[in-house]
Design a protein around this ligand. Structure first.
Ligand code: HEC
Length: 135
């Protein structure tokens, strides 16, 4: 009987706690942390890097352009994302995704860019420049 009570308690408690955690983006497979609409350092850096090297093909804020697809509509898993950004890709069309694996301005920050795009994809960040959590 006590076990059942505990189980009910656990489900209710973790149900609520989990909901709160998700809202703030603290889940394990979540790369970003956004609290009150403000982005953590990694996510903010991702925003900056995205706008330095990806936006002119993938559109402002990841929404896509006639040149390359949106990166927020159907997000890739992190492994696939890293692979494509490091190695580039071409499906035979006229536009090509270039490889960033040897670019010191991007290669170390691929996960940061992923964090930013993930926050956009999950609705934690809207369009435009996010506010920063840390100064
Ligand atoms: C010169 C234009 C260009 C730039 C700059 C560019 N991309 Fe791409 N990207 C493309 C094109 C075109 C594709 C589609 C390639 C294909 O498969 O034919 C693509 C594909 C991708 C994909 C795979 C998308 C999917 O749904 O399969 C990812 C992820 C990606 N790019 C991320 C990035 C990131 C991150 C940056 C910046 C560091 C970036 N791209 C910069 C043109 C570009």
């Amino acid at each position: 009987m006590r076990r059942l009570q505990y189980l009910v308690f656990a489900v209710v408690f973790f149900g609520f706690a989990g909901g709160g955690m998700f809202a703030e983006g603290a889940a394990a497979d979540r790369f970003y942390r956004v609290v009150g609409g403000k982005a953590d350092a990694r996510t903010y850096n991702g925003y900056r890097r995205y706008n330095a090297g990806c936006n002119h093909c993938h559109g402002p804020d990841g929404i896509g352009s006639s040149f390359a697809s949106s990166l927020v509509d159907r997000p890739l898993a992190i492994e696939e994302f890293r692979r494509v950004v490091r190695n580039g890709r071409s499906s035979g069309g006229t536009s090509v995704m270039k490889a960033f694996g040897n670019d010191p301005n991007f290669a170390p920050y691929i996960d940061d860019i992923y964090a930013y795009l993930q926050a956009r994809a999950e609705g934690a960040l809207g369009r435009g420049r996010p506010e920063r959590l840390e100064p």
